[in-house]
Design a protein around this ligand. Structure first.
Ligand code: BGC
Length: 746
């Protein structure tokens, strides 16, 4: 039962939490898990559909809801908030991606009403949602079913009480077999068409109701006590950014789904998920808890897998409205490695999304007085900077917290170049490099070359930035930022060098106008870029950090609430760090440091890190496992694995923590399994936690499928597909032939 997660007991206060963890999605559509029998204002996202929003520039739209249902027996509604609930059970099956609900309530008129449903957001028919349900009346009479498309849905703004509605209704239409609603985002960029149809096989009467809350199909039928009645609701949710008619295509997709019928749709859906799980197969023998949490996280990550390059993975997925559906460095640094190794074509789409927004990044650089391309800290559907400059703190909107990340958190530009290189080294995707990757690398290097300032004492400095540790703003020479900028500049110079041997690449360099002189200037800047000082081997996070007030915390605690008020209110004056920063850099550029240096920095920074961002733990865990700090690594692994299931940060309702899910996979892959590319060679050096007997996993590397079974002192590896491959296991090189398992021991 490693794929089943059950929850019982209804509580209106917890619905928003369940809304996130029971979300179903397919990369295109996300349907939050709030129970269909109660009204909900939140719930449907379409990847890539955004609207203008006050403060946030653009935010993902909460589309009309097409899964709600109202049931009445003899006029009495099934109401979870007023009736006595005998049973309320929900089960998420992550193997098949279905959500089951079972409810039984006591009616005020006497007797009971039972309800069971299966909800599916179809894997391959991206726009299709299916709800099959059974009603069991505990007394005879008239059953009324209202099956609406609700157009009263809104987005929560900066407070739950303040909401924004991101669409206006263009039209409702009713047909013999369906209802249809079309809405347009308030900025006019997108139209969403939704069709719904309830299939009822027994004798009934049907009529349509339209009001300000939407349109509904209403059914009435006579029912008998003790019998069961089955219904299937089909819905299609689609959008366009063009002028095309979508009503007919949407209705056609609905009819196609209905004609296929539930069994066929379910079979297709199951096959889709079997394929995903087969690619992402992971087993942890000897630790069921760890395995369950990992699978749960991977499930939610896979549900967000982008369908194309119009939008990339967002911070909180298609699961909610946290961070407004914006794309951050979370994607490239934390989530992308999973996709790169398991679904490389999806990692490619995620990077092509950045390429598609290169013009916006160029404009962004220009507007800020720089050259090349400067990627926005937060990005939405159009690639312009979407970070709010300020967020109100009260209802009047007069008081606001100023947000500087959009203006200063510049490391994202180098993080994207880093991800391009990592993707290329891992996949060997030449076509990608030629069409998209190289240009990103050149243009981002250009940005850094214009971003530095020459200081006669220090060399090239980068002033007024925010590093990953967002407690300290307007800092000079962030270790993370300067090291990543140097990396980016050298990477671009190296690619120009390599272009000399590669005709296609040299054409790209030429088209981008990159010359030998420019590459030489990149090398020069990189050589003289100022890196903050070291004290006893510890890198200073930014200029002046060592002079701040020292304060340490329990490394196993999370967040700021545990801090005394005088510290919490003046974090920027202390050495406390929000999340892995120097350590994150040592993870990304590990080959530039020796183990002892990493250990010193880890020992120093860990007790000074609050982990107020969930991005922190994965990095610390990976390094902890390399350093042999097994307890720390394992503790963080488990926290990441249960971050949302146990609502560890208290904000699961806003969406799933996708960077943590991707980071969790990296703890397993890079940390515990010790997989790395060194030079050109895939390397495996396991560091399994205590009690783990074996980890079995699959991934892809440069055209080969790799099957690994890892134990503490033994690695079994087999490749299928691809050619011979040289790898290094426990420091010994070995040649793999396709289809032949090789077992290596310490
Ligand atoms: C973190 C950032 C992260 C963002 C979105 C912030 O709290 O500090 O590093 O990109 O959340 O997840």
């Amino acid at each position: 039962m490693r794929y089943r997660f059950s929850f019982d007991g209804y509580s209106p206060e917890e619905e928003a939490f369940y809304g996130t963890i029971l979300t179903l999605g397919n990369g295109y559509l996300g349907i939050r898990g709030e129970v269909e029998l109660e009204p909900s204002l939140y719930g449907t996202t379409i990847a890539g559909v955004y609207d203008y929003a006050p403060y946030f520039y653009r935010e993902i739209v909460n589309a009309p809801r097409a899964v709600g249902l109202r049931l009445f027996l003899n006029g009495e509604p099934l109401s979870l908030s007023t009736q006595r609930i005998r049973r309320y059970e929900r089960e998420l099956d992550i193997g098949e991606a279905v959500l089951r609900t079972e409810v039984e309530v006591e009616l005020q008129q006497g007797g009971t009403l039972g309800y069971e449903s299966v909800r599916i957001v179809h894997g391959s028919r991206k726009e299709v949602v299916i709800l099959k349900f059974r009603v069991k009346p505990g007394r005879s009479g008239t059953l009324t079913i209202i099956s609406p498309i609700n157009t009263d849905t809104v987005n929560p703004l900066y407070r739950e009480e303040i909401t924004a509605k991101h669409y206006r209704v263009k039209r409702h239409s009713s047909h013999d077999d369906a209802i249809y609603t079309e809405v347009e985002t308030t900025d006019g960029r997108y139209r969403i068409g939704i069709a719904s149809s309830l299939a009822v096989s027994c004798r009934h009467s049907r009529f349509i109701v339209k009001n300000t809350d939407g349109i509904a199909e209403v059914f009435q039928l006579d029912v008998e006590e003790g019998k069961e009645y089955e219904f299937i609701r089909y819905a299609v949710i689609s959008y366009t950014s063009g002028k095309d008619d979508i009503e007919q295509p949407v209705l056609k997709k609905l009819r196609d789904a209905k004609n296929a019928g539930f069994d066929v749709l379910y079979r297709e859906h199951r096959e889709y998920w079997q394929e995903l799980w087969s690619a992402a197969e992971v087993r942890i023998l000897g630790d069921e808890e760890a395995e369950k949490g990992l699978l749960f996280s991977l499930f939610h990550l896979m549900q967000c897998m982008p369908v194309d390059s119009r939008i990339s993975l967002t911070a909180r997925g298609i699961h909610g409205f946290g961070y407004r559906g914006h794309v951050f460095w979370d994607t490239e640094i934390y989530a992308l490695p999973f996709f790169m190794a398991v679904f490389p074509e999806k990692a490619r789409e995620m990077l092509v999304y950045r390429y598609n927004n290169l013009d916006a990044a160029r404009e962004n650089a220009r507007a800020n007085g720089y050259r090349g391309a400067q990627f926005p800290w937060e990005s939405a559907d159009d690639g312009y900077e979407a970070t709010p400059p300020a967020i109100p703190t009260d209802m009047t909107g007069k008081n606001a917290i100023r947000i500087y990340t959009g203006e200063e958190e510049h490391h994202i530009t180098a993080d994207i170049a880093y991800a391009v290189e990592l993707y290329y080294r891992f996949t060997g995707d030449n076509d990608f490099m030629e069409k998209y990757g190289l240009e990103i690398i050149f243009e981002t290097a250009r940005f850094w070359a214009s971003r530095v300032r020459y200081d006669k004492d220090k060399g090239y400095v980068i002033e007024k930035v925010i590093g990953p540790d967002e407690y300290h703003e307007h800092v000079n020479n962030s270790f993370f930022t300067n090291m990543m900028a140097r990396y980016n500049l050298l990477l671009a110079a190296r690619y120009l060098e390599l272009s000399k041997e590669n005709e296609a690449w040299s054409r790209v360099a030429e088209a981008a106008g990159v010359t030998e002189e420019e590459a030489e200037s990149w090398r020069k800047i990189a050589e003289k870029i100022y890196i903050p000082r070291q004290m006893d081997g510890i890198w200073e996070e930014f200029d002046g950090y060592f002079e701040l007030l020292d304060y340490t915390v329990d490394p196993y605690g999370l967040g700021e609430e545990r801090l005394p008020a005088e510290i919490r209110e003046h974090l920027s004056r202390t050495k406390l760090v929000k999340q892995a920063d120097v350590i994150a850099l040592q993870y990304l550029l590990k080959e530039q440091f020796d183990t002892e240096n990493i250990r010193k920095n880890f020992d120093y920074y860990l007790p000074r890190t609050t982990h107020a961002s969930s991005l922190s733990m994965p990095t610390y865990a990976i390094i902890a496992s390399w350093l042999g700090y097994d307890d720390i690594a394992y503790n963080y692994f488990m926290k990441c694995a249960y971050i949302d299931l146990h609502n560890l940060y208290g904000n699961t309702k806003d969406g799933f923590h996708l960077a943590t899910a991707g980071g969790l996979w990296q703890i397993l892959f890079r940390g515990f399994c010790g997989v790395d590319i060194s030079g050109d060679i895939l390397e495996i050096r396991p560091n399994l936690p205590q009690g783990w007997e074996e980890v079995a996993l699959r991934f892809r590397f440069r055209g080969s499928r790799i099957h690994l079974r890892i134990r503490k002192d033994r690695v079994a590896v087999k490749i299928t597909g691809g050619k011979k491959l040289k790898i290094r296991v426990f420091n010994e090189e070995t040649n793999l032939e396709p289809e032949k398992e090789v077992i290596l021991e310490v």
